[in-house]
Ligand binder design. Structure first.
Ligand code: M6R
Length: 360
């Protein structure tokens, strides 16, 4: 049931504030973050493995675990990890992120780590899935059924649970006191409200998408935890609009991709006002100097400060920088959705793709 929406993807994008609120309610109590079986004080490293969008959620989480909890994290895509057969420290934990819980490569990677690490953890939407059943601890993301092949609420719910895990790790490892935790949790609690604001950008995004639909190639740029979001924005767009799109870490631009820039190439710059904002803006200006068509996504101050001369901009509410990837996922999803609509492609069931990849 599409609940009055034209596509499941539109419905699932709109559901995000609600499902994230429920996920937070599920894991938070007066006593703090409830994740039985996870004491991060005894773990020396996380090895996170997933495919596609779920792997980008892992890449965002790497910044969080490292910065908030001082916990080293390795991220790999499952199809590489399983055949590379990497050595694993016995005090490390493996973490598998999967919406379906049935992705063949991710499941094989999980089985590979089983006797080699101290704990196998999964972050899944389908609690009865193989990946959930074969883990020592399975954390549900509580997104509800996701029908659209393009993952939307699955991604932001994965990020929400991973953010809670990173905060728990920070507390368990003595990196965060009760006041700091309360402040971070308050920021998480603000997410649904901020997402509701982001959803109001639908008409603006649709107008921009009408032009993006003409493009042959589109680049997405971001730094820090916005780099994996650039990868996610590009994946979403190519998945359902069939436009060639790539995500890059802004700092990599001058190591090659800037050669692609001309007046025909739209460049989506994901630039919340974080510690790296000035650097991202300076990369954006390099694009503009080569006549690239910049779509700047930032908050009001960010757009005000750097928006002169950009092709288009989208203004999001201000957010605590560490959580920006969760909020900025929404305009990225909406851009893909409206571009697909403008191109007339099959939004919910794009060609050549399956919702759950149970064969390698
Ligand atoms: O069910 P999973 O989360 O394990 O699926 C992983 C990928 O196949 C999935 O995220 C894929 O990249 C999506 N279609 C992206 O929108």
């Amino acid at each position: 049931d599409k609940g009055g929406y034209k596509h499941f993807m539109a419905k699932e994008i709109a559901e995000q504030p609600g499902v994230i609120g429920s996920a937070l309610d599920h894991y938070l109590s007066d006593a703090g973050i409830e994740m039985p079986g996870l004491d991060f004080a005894v773990c020396d490293r996380l090895v996170m493995v997933a495919c596609g969008t779920a792997s980008y959620a892992c890449m965002v989480a790497k910044y969080w675990f490292e910065q908030l909890a001082g916990l080293p994290v390795e991220v790999d895509i499952a199809s590489e990890f399983r055949y590379r057969e990497p050595p694993l420290s016995p005090a490390s934990w493996s973490v598998f992120v999967s919406q379906s819980g049935e992705t063949a490569d991710t499941l094989a990677a999980l089985r590979y780590t089983k006797e080699k690490v101290a704990k196998v953890v999964s972050v899944v939407n389908v609690s009865t899935s193989s990946i959930a059943r074969e883990s020592d601890v399975a954390l549900p993301i509580l997104a509800g059924v996701e029908v659209s092949v393009a993952s939307t609420k699955g991604f932001t719910c994965q990020l929400t649970v991973l953010a809670l895990m990173a905060l728990k790790a920070a507390v368990d490892r003595g990196r965060m006191d009760a006041d700091q935790l309360a402040a971070h949790l308050a920021h998480l609690r603000n997410l649904p409200g901020l997402m509701n604001h982001a959803l109001l950008l639908g008409n603006d995004v649709a107008r921009i998408a009408a032009d993006l639909a003409e493009a042959q190639d589109i680049l997405f740029l971001g730094r820090g935890p916005m780099y994996p979001l650039a990868l996610e924005g590009a994946l979403k767009l190519k998945e359902i609009s069939y436009i060639h799109a790539e995500g890059y870490a802004s700092g990599e631009l001058k190591h090659g991709p800037i050669a692609l820039i001309d007046q025909h190439v739209p460049v989506v710059v994901l630039a919340p006002r974080d510690a790296l904002y000035e650097k991202t803006v300076s990369n954006m200006q390099e694009v503009m100097a080569r006549h690239g068509k910049v779509l700047l996504i930032s908050d009001a101050e960010g757009v005000h400060e750097a928006g002169a001369g950009v092709w288009r901009s989208l203004t999001l509410p201000r957010i605590e920088p560490w959580l920006a990837p969760v909020l900025y996922a929404l305009p990225a999803q909406m851009l893909a959705y409206h571009t697909a609509i403008a191109k007339g492609t099959d939004v919910d069931q794009p060609r050549n793709l399956a919702k759950s990849v149970t064969v390698e």
